[in-house]
Design a binder for this molecule. Structure first.
Ligand SMILES: [Zn+2]
Ligand SMILES: [Zn+2]
Length: 241
């Protein structure tokens, strides 16, 4: 198979599974017919923007900072180290995006009024660039790691965005002790001011607990509603200005 097609095939195979999960166990009704085609355009824009962004971020000369003594660490430890550093960076980049000055680059991501697996694909170029920076900075930790590590991380990164926005009733309080789940991230998308700036984590929930932005999904007392709650010029929304 053409290797360049592999991520796309994987993405849509996972997408079909997500559709099936949402059809079987929907948390809220979603008007797919009116939003799916728009999100397909957002996906095309995302893929195009990502190709542009990596042209820049891949050229950033990040020094090899993994100590020589750790070169022989088993790949599994390097992967864990990578995720801790990347996820810590993602948390703070996300938090930065919720400051008044940087909010416009992230606003589009918060625009969907109903959440489902593809709703989180809305991302401006600076949004993608800032998040990709954390990946590039953490990459030296995978020095000499086995090939499977890169495969795993690629697949996990594809799955994660779908997972976080998935519209399912499923919940797991024990998993949320460590990992972000759909209902955990949905709180972050809530238009209720009490929920904004909460649950900023991307993969791990520990940063929210450590830095005071944790909101326990079990403490929710009313149904969530999503969206920006303000009208923004669509062009400004798309370019992040
Ligand atoms: Zn956000
Ligand atoms: Zn999101």
């Amino acid at each position: 198979m053409n290797n360049a097609l592999y991520p796309y095939l994987l993405f849509w195979s996972i997408g079909l599974l997500c559709f099936a999960a949402e059809w079987l166990y929907p948390a809220r009704p979603v008007a797919y017919r009116s939003i799916f085609w728009r999100d397909l355009l957002a996906l095309a824009l995302y893929n195009l923007s990502f190709l542009l962004v990596v042209q820049v971020t891949d050229r950033i000369p990040i020094p090899q900072y993994l100590p020589v003594a750790l070169y022989d660490l088993p790949t599994v430890f390097k992967v864990m180290l990578f995720y801790i550093v990347e996820d810590f960076g993602l948390y703070w980049v996300h938090r930065l995006m919720h400051t008044r000055a940087v909010w416009p680059v992230h606003r589009w991501h918060h625009s969907p009024t109903s959440l489902y697996w593809l709703a989180g694909i809305r991302a401006t170029i600076p949004h993608i660039a800032l998040f990709n920076l954390t990946y590039v900075v953490a990459l030296p930790l995978l020095h000499d790691a086995s090939g499977w590590a890169f495969q795993l991380i690629m697949v996990e990164h594809i799955v994660r965005n779908n997972w976080m926005h998935l519209n399912v009733t499923w919940k797991s309080s024990w998993l949320e002790r460590v990992f972000v789940t759909p209902r955990y991230h949905h709180i972050h998308h809530s238009s209720d001011p009490a929920h904004q700036l909460k649950n900023l984590g991307a993969l791990l929930t520990i940063w929210d607990r450590m830095f005071g932005t944790y909101y326990n999904p079990d403490a929710l007392t009313k149904e969530l509603s999503f969206g920006l709650g303000e009208r923004v010029n669509p062009v400004r929304l798309l370019i992040g200005l």
